[in-house]
Design a binder for this molecule. Structure first.
Ligand code: PMP
Ligand code: GLN
Length: 379
């Protein structure tokens, strides 16, 4: 069989989580919480299932959840979206990204992505017959060079994929970034996929912005988010896509044949959570900012150099003062010899730059973070 994805192996998240488990290491690699979700969510899940809501949900998602998503968007971004026409619930953001890419990208199209890039974008573009054009965001500040983006746009360019707050750099777009993106997308008649799964984790009083806040951009965007991140339930694989009706029609054609619909009781449970405890979403930024601060303070005596983390639940660290190993080898060494697992940054690049950076996930109990930091301070 000739592979359709010849360059693709096992994802770094699987690799590092497996190694961490084998080595009984503290797993700060793959991004997921080591603490439970709110018990209310679990009760609601059980309750809706016991009530018999165990059959297929409507293809676009159960209406109460779509209504709550519209209310959330109104609260966070002061934008009005229609639950029936603009929103589709998906099996995680991963499915939403995949469907959005399949809906938009035709053979021969070019798609601009920014490296370091989340790992699911390029394979989905490749399966659609398109080609990714990789523009580098470089440490330490991971800014987009919008002039470089303008220069990369040509007749084949169809789509720009952005991710703010950004995994793995934790960079958050400013209003000016969004405006420059909007300008380019509109000027060249492109589309945008905006991966906003960490939208509610923006720190230090920075404004929480979305592609939805910029009407001309929103008119050409599919915006993707994930309840896995927002409610500490990554295993529920529940996310959604928001787009104007003409784009949503095309999105649903794909979603209809990828999964058709997503796990029914979880949709009702999340709808109940959003309706009855909206403050949970509002408090998420402070919750994770505290974890970031605890982790960084605990690492203050280490030889790691910490980069600024403006959002998400990831912290980048430069280990140049500790080791000359390339980052993948450094992460293996750290896991096997010191029992702390992290993610090497080079895997997020098509052409990795000469830098020695690793990503730690701080979505962990404070005791876990302290324990990991103690080890890291001894390096
Ligand atoms: N995009 C980014 C940037 C992510 O970090 C993740 C999850 N780790 C996803 C998408 C996928 O989200 P989900 O787990 O809801 O599929
Ligand atoms: N998004 C998670 C991370 O960046 C991983 C999700 C996955 O394993 N696919 O760590």
């Amino acid at each position: 069989l000739q592979s359709k994805l010849p360059g693709i192996g096992t994802s770094i998240f699987t690799t590092m989580s497996q190694l961490a488990a084998e080595q009984q290491a503290i797993n700060l690699s793959q991004g997921f919480p080591d603490f439970g979700c709110d018990p209310f969510l679990v009760e609601q899940l059980a309750s809706f299932s016991q009530q018999g809501l165990n059959q297929y949900a409507p293809m676009a998602g159960v209406l109460p959840l779509r209504q709550q998503i519209a209310a959330l968007i109104a609260r966070c971004y002061h934008q009005k979206v229609c639950p029936e026409q603009h929103i589709t619930v998906t099996s995680g953001a991963t499915e939403a990204l995949f469907c959005a890419i399949q809906a938009l990208v035709r053979p021969g199209d070019e798609v601009i992505v920014f490296d370091p890039a989340y790992d699911s974008y390029a394979p989905a573009v490749q399966l659609a017959g398109g080609a990714t054009v990789h523009l580098a965001l470089l440490a330490p500040d991971f800014q987009v060079d919008w002039q470089q983006v303008a220069d990369a746009i040509n007749d084949k360019t169809r789509l720009i994929i952005v991710n703010s707050p950004h995994n793995p750099s934790s960079k958050v777009f400013s209003a000016s970034d969004w405006q420059q993106l909007q300008q380019l997308v509109c000027q060249h008649g492109l589309y945008c996929i905006s991966d906003e799964v960490y939208e509610h984790m923006v720190f230090d009083g920075r404004p929480q912005l979305s592609a939805l806040c910029f009407p001309d951009l929103a008119a050409r965007s599919l915006v993707v988010s994930s309840f896995g991140k927002t409610f500490h339930v990554t295993g529920w694989k529940l996310g959604y896509c928001v787009a104007p009706p003409a784009l949503m029609v095309e999105f649903r054609k794909v979603h209809q044949y990828v999964t058709f619909s997503s796990f029914t009781p979880a949709q009702f449970a999340v709808a109940a959570m959003l309706e009855q405890q909206p403050e949970q979403v509002v408090g998420l930024a402070a919750f994770y900012q505290r974890k970031r601060d605890v982790f960084c303070a605990a690492l203050s005596g280490s030889r790691l150099q910490l980069l600024p983390a403006e959002g998400t639940y990831f912290q980048l660290a430069d280990y140049s003062a500790i080791s000359e190993l390339p980052d993948l080898e450094f992460c293996r060494w750290l896991t096997v010899q010191h029992k702390v697992a992290a993610i090497p940054l080079s895997v997020f690049y098509r052409q990795p730059p000469a830098q020695r950076l690793v990503r730690f996930c701080f979505a962990k109990e404070e005791s876990t973070l302290q324990q990991a930091a103690e080890v890291l301070c001894r390096l």
